[in-house]
Design a protein around this ligand. Structure first.
Ligand code: SF4
Length: 158
């Protein structure tokens, strides 16, 4: 079961999208220098289809993307919710909401490329920096027809 600590409307996490970013707790990755240690605890409100639908009813007209920030402890639940957003999109053709996942795992979970328009992979390694560092180990992909296109360089500070 997923829980979330909070959510926010953000503009930089997914380039070109207005994103509802949902910060999921119970992160198992334990990165040294973790920027959000509070997300390592299993706390917060339950994140299920009903909670997500409430958020989409509130913000669905203002956003272009939903991003699941974390959830590596229950990846199947993340996939299930991404599918829920996409099915909802199918029912409401005028609401074209994309799906994204910020995972801290180094490799893609099973067939996750079929559920998302964007995926970030890789844990946070302090000395290499986050996505905006040219030395980062993390990768950010746009997904088109299940093909992952690396666009990490969009985050670099030149
Ligand atoms: S994946 Fe993110 S939240 Fe989880 S331990 Fe690493 S930095 Fe912290």
């Amino acid at each position: 079961m997923l829980r979330f600590h909070n959510y926010d409307i953000v503009f930089q996490e997914i380039p070109g999208e207005v994103t509802l970013a949902i910060n999921i707790s119970n992160c198992p990755n334990r990165c040294k220098g973790c920027h959000s240690p509070h997300l390592q605890d299993d706390k917060g409100e339950i994140l299920d289809e009903s909670a997500l639908e409430n958020l989409l009813e509130k913000y669905g007209n203002a956003i272009t993307c939903v991003c699941f920030m974390g959830g590596d402890g229950s990846p199947d639940d993340v996939l299930k919710l991404a599918r829920f957003v996409r099915r909802r999109k199918g029912e409401l053709l005028f609401v074209l909401i994309k799906t994204a996942w910020y995972s801290g795992k180094p490799e893609l979970y099973q067939n996750a490329q079929h559920y998302f328009d964007y995926i970030k992979l890789g844990k946070y390694i302090e000395k290499l920096g986050g996505l905006n560092s040219p030395t980062t180990n993390q990768r950010f992909y746009r997904i088109e027809n299940a093909t992952m296109i690396d666009m990490t360089d969009r985050f670099y500070k030149h």
